[in-house]
Design a protein around this ligand. Structure first.
Ligand SMILES: [Fe+2]
Length: 202
């Protein structure tokens, strides 16, 4: 998205509309990220480690505000009354603000991985952690689940992919699991897919 925002012609209305759609999708995915964590993880984590979720929830609100600003900035510059030269200037400011969002989001994910994940592992049993994962998966639509899997799986190593998909096999209905596998098989080479299938036992 950063490359797209850095390379598009901000005087081209169709290109602006495509960028606008991408940023709205990003906002939707961010709401899903924050919503899942705040509904299914934070309340039980805060019961065991008081105050542990405050920073993350503050980050979520700040990032939502940044995304709202990015969207209204694009809406403003798309207006017909904005001159082409001005659009190029505003486009550069959009690009910089988008990168500020991305850097804040990456710092947030790093905090979750470095501090929150080890706390969860230390304070909850495997069954409790699987229960949280089940709550998240069972409250996602198939389309939402596929989007997250398509984003996460290619960035994981094989051990992480197996750890994510093995429990899912027993958590979602067999026909949904089968259609999910058909879709995710396209993300891998034949060799990777054969290894993954054999390691999750399908
Ligand atoms: Fe988060």
């Amino acid at each position: 998205l950063s490359s797209l925002a850095g390379s598009i012609d901000y005087t081209d209305q169709a290109a602006l509309a495509a960028l606008y759609n991408e940023v709205n999708t990003l906002k939707l995915r961010h709401l899903e990220h924050a919503g899942s964590e705040e509904k299914y993880i934070h309340p039980i984590l805060a019961q065991r480690v008081p105050g542990s979720t405050k920073k993350m929830e503050g980050d979520h609100r700040e990032q939502e505000r940044q995304l709202e600003e990015l969207i209204s900035h694009l809406e403003g510059m798309s207006s017909n009354s904005t001159e082409p030269g001005k659009r190029i200037e505003l486009g550069l400011e959009f690009y910089r603000a988008l990168n500020r969002f991305i850097s804040s989001y990456l710092a947030h994910i790093d905090y979750e991985e470095e501090h929150v994940q080890p706390t969860l592992w230390a304070m909850f049993s495997n069954e409790e952690l699987l229960g949280m994962m089940k709550s998240i998966l069972s409250n996602q639509s198939p389309e939402q689940g596929m989007w997250w899997l398509s984003t996460m799986l290619p960035a994981m190593n094989m051990t992480e992919r197996v750890a994510l998909l093995s429990p899912a096999k027993n958590m979602i209905p067999p026909d949904v699991f089968k259609s999910m596998l058909d879709s995710i098989s396209k993300l891998f080479t034949q060799e990777e897919w054969a290894v993954l299938k054999s390691r999750i036992g399908i």
